[in-house]
Design a protein around this ligand. Structure first.
Ligand code: FES
Length: 194
């Protein structure tokens, strides 16, 4: 298991700037994080609790802040579609209130998360594949990859080998904003360039 150890600019668990540091279960040994308007450095503990434990730097890129939805209007297991960080290819994304705490979740129950809709394998569309019973996206219509939205979009099954990019969220009062992306969007060599 990987634990976020230090995060001076952005609290990944709560998606708020300048928040308290909090443990955060991650799926990969290495975070592929992209460049953008603002970049924060965070320390990540790999293989926490083992003799191989070590710290490694990771970067969190923060893009333009975009209003997505009001917390009070969300219903459990009813996704809200949006595009981020732009209107270009593969920018389709979804926000959902899972009803259970999740990695990177915001709100009083830490259960509101957002993810890109494009399968990391070969770009299959994951729209309309959200399953409330398993809190997952998938199976992908192309090769059946399925992703766990409670654990930063890690792969549950299928052909993909990378997690689904997670949209970083910020809560201001009742308003939810997208502020960055954790991971590289399929089909892009930079999240801000198609
Ligand atoms: S494109 Fe989604 S599993 Fe292959």
């Amino acid at each position: 298991m990987t634990t976020v150890y230090r995060n001076p600019g952005l609290d990944l668990e709560r998606g708020t700037a300048g928040g308290e540091h909090a443990p955060c279960a991650m799926s990969r040994r290495h975070f592929l994080l992209t460049s953008g308007a603002t970049t924060f450095t965070t320390m990540v503990v790999l293989n926490a609790g083992t003799a191989l434990a070590q710290k490694a730097p990771a970067r969190v890129a923060v893009f333009e802040r975009k209003f997505i939805a009001r917390l009070s209007e969300l219903e459990v297991d009813v996704p809200v579609d949006f595009t981020y960080p732009d209107e270009g290819a593969y920018a389709e994304s979804m926000l959902v209130k899972l009803g259970v705490p999740a990695g990177g979740g915001i709100g009083p129950d830490r259960d509101v998360v957002a993810f890109n809709y494009t399968c990391t394998h070969q770009g299959g569309p994951l729209q309309e594949t959200y399953r409330g019973a398993t809190k997952s996206l998938g199976p992908c219509p192309l090769h059946l990859s399925t992703y766990d939205l409670t654990r930063h979009g890690i792969l549950i099954s299928g052909q993909a080998y990378q997690s689904l990019p997670q949209v970083l969220l910020e809560l201001e009062g009742d308003e939810i904003y997208a502020v960055g992306i954790f991971g590289l969007i399929f089909g892009r060599y930079d999240n801000l360039k198609g």
